[in-house]
Design a protein around this ligand. Structure first.
Ligand SMILES: [Zn+2]
Ligand SMILES: [Zn+2]
Length: 281
């Protein structure tokens, strides 16, 4: 395949070989993947093999409703470098009744579950009513506090409301990540003030990345993590295709370039940040 005109410094462009060279000594942690989704049903072993070859040492697979949270826990139980988060996505918040939340709490007791989420607000698609989204979000923040696990926050076109709920829940005491950060520098600073980590995904590599390059530069070194959100949001050379953890090397290289620091040191530090938040070795 060919690359876009703006891509000059990330190594060979081919799908097959472009990721191996910079990645072998780079240690990456994909803090937000959906590896248990049906998109990976046919070739998950190959996807995981490519991830490991590309330096992705740890992956967190994220539940979005009860069935997918069960699937995430099952996958994490099979793969030593995959952990699970359990939660109900704002799209599915209408189904987050008391029984569902009780089941989530049972699942959260599994030793492979290291976070609650993804949860939050999505006023872009509004697939669940806003009041149901807010209720499910608050309940999962309480669950995160009770289970002493950090929270994975999803926020789209709802920054004011999301930050308000996070502040009221004193998320800094719980710990958490603003995943696939999509706001501007001012919102990034507010997330940092609340005590959240900021996670950047493939969109930082896009030709029109909005405020994301500036965000990548200003987040303190100990507050940044990285993710794929696969199968969604592949980095620029793979747009239009299914995303997978191996492609995260491209996003990491772009962030290193933006911050003006070597990839290996940055990647190791981002992994350290994630391991510290999630409490895993
Ligand atoms: Zn999300
Ligand atoms: Zn996600």
């Amino acid at each position: 395949m060919t690359t876009g005109p703006g891509r000059v410094s990330l190594g060979p462009p081919t799908v097959d070989t472009g990721l191996a060279a910079p990645a072998t000594t780079t240690e990456l942690f994909d803090t937000h993947a959906h590896l248990h989704f049906p998109e990976f049903g046919d070739d998950l072993d190959a996807v995981l093999a490519r991830a490991r070859e590309a330096g992705v040492r740890r992956m967190l697979t994220i539940g979005t409703d009860l069935p997918s949270s069960h699937a995430a826990v099952a996958l994490a139980g099979r793969e030593p470098d995959v952990w699970a988060a359990v939660g109900v996505h704002p799209h599915d918040a209408a189904g987050a009744d008391e029984a569902a939340l009780a089941e989530l709490e049972r699942l959260a007791a599994d030793p492979r579950v290291i976070a609650i989420g993804e949860t939050g607000l999505d006023f872009f698609r509004n697939l669940s009513p806003r009041d149901a989204q807010e209720r499910a979000f608050r309940s999962q923040l309480e669950l995160a506090r009770r289970t002493r696990k950090p929270v994975i926050v999803h926020c789209r076109d709802a920054h004011e409301e999301t930050l308000g709920i996070l502040a009221a829940a004193r998320v800094g005491e719980i710990g958490g990540v603003m995943h696939c950060f999509s706001g501007d520098v001012a919102i990034a600073r507010r997330c940092l003030e609340l005590g959240l980590l900021i996670s950047l995904a493939g969109p930082v590599t896009y030709p029109n990345p909005r405020a994301l390059p500036e965000v990548a530069r200003i987040v303190p070194a100990d507050r940044l993590v990285i993710e794929t959100d696969c199968p969604f949001l592949p980095p620029q050379p793979f747009r239009g295709k299914r995303n997978e953890p191996a492609y995260m090397a491209i996003t990491a290289a772009r962030i290193a370039e933006l911050r003006g620091e070597p990839l290996e040191g940055l990647a190791a530090r981002l992994s350290d940040n994630a391991r510290a938040l999630f409490g895993i070795p």
